[in-house]
Every structure is written in C-alpha cells, then in structure tokens.
Design a protein around this ligand. Structure first.
Ligand SMILES: [Cu+2]
Length: 115
C-alpha cells in the first residue's frame, strides 16, 4: 500500500497570477420570488458593472422585479416562469427593489453594490 504522504494527484498546482484576474464581464445572480411573497436572497451583493438577474417565480403567484433607482422593471412575471434581467449598476450604493404587487406585504430587497 503506497503512502499518500507527499503524493502527487497528477494535477500540478497552477502558478498564482501576477495580478488578480479581471472581474467577469457580467455578474450573474439567481433569484427566486416565492408564494410566500419573499425574494430569495433578499440582499443581492454585486460590484459596479453589468449585472444579470435570473429570476424564477415559484409557487402560484405572479410577481415583478422593480427597482426605480436602477431603472429596472421586469413587468409581470407569471407564476412558474423565469425571466432574465440585464442592467448596469453605475456605482456603489444600496439600491432597493421590490415586487410591485406585494410591496405592501414587505416583498422587497436590496441590491448592495460595493467596489
Ligand atoms: Cu410579488
């Protein structure tokens, strides 16, 4: 039985990059809007730049994803559907979003944008 001490698994370690790699061109965020009128996650953390939200509605309820400060409005998303929302976040900050139908019941969240 061979000892595993110091064994090589056949995958040489990659050299560390001299500089940190550039951020991906588009930041992809998966989000759900459920039948209990919640967004999950309710806080979305991204960096300034291009953002793509892939929002799926679960449960038997239609929703929207609306963020006036970012100029994003999905319009009605029927129950059980998913939409892709592409937009640009120009700078750091906290951007609220909500569901236009259920905002009054607290269906809201925050896009937290940090450098
Ligand atoms: Cu809703």
């Amino acid at each position: 039985m061979a000892s595993l001490m110091g064994a090589c698994d056949g995958e040489p370690p990659k050299p560390a990059p001299a500089t940190s790699p550039p951020p991906p061109d588009t930041q992809i965020v998966q989000l759900t809007a459920d039948g209990a009128r919640h967004f999950t996650p309710s806080t979305i953390s991204v960096h300034p730049g291009k953002v793509r939200i892939v929002l799926a509605t679960t449960g038997e309820m239609k929703h929207t994803f609306t963020s006036p400060t970012l100029g994003v409005n999905s319009g009605e998303i029927p129950a059980g559907k998913s939409v892709t929302l592409d937009f640009n976040v120009p700078k750091t900050g906290e951007y609220p979003f909500y569901c236009a139908y259920h905002q009054g019941q607290g269906m809201a969240g925050t896009i937290s944008v940090k450098a």
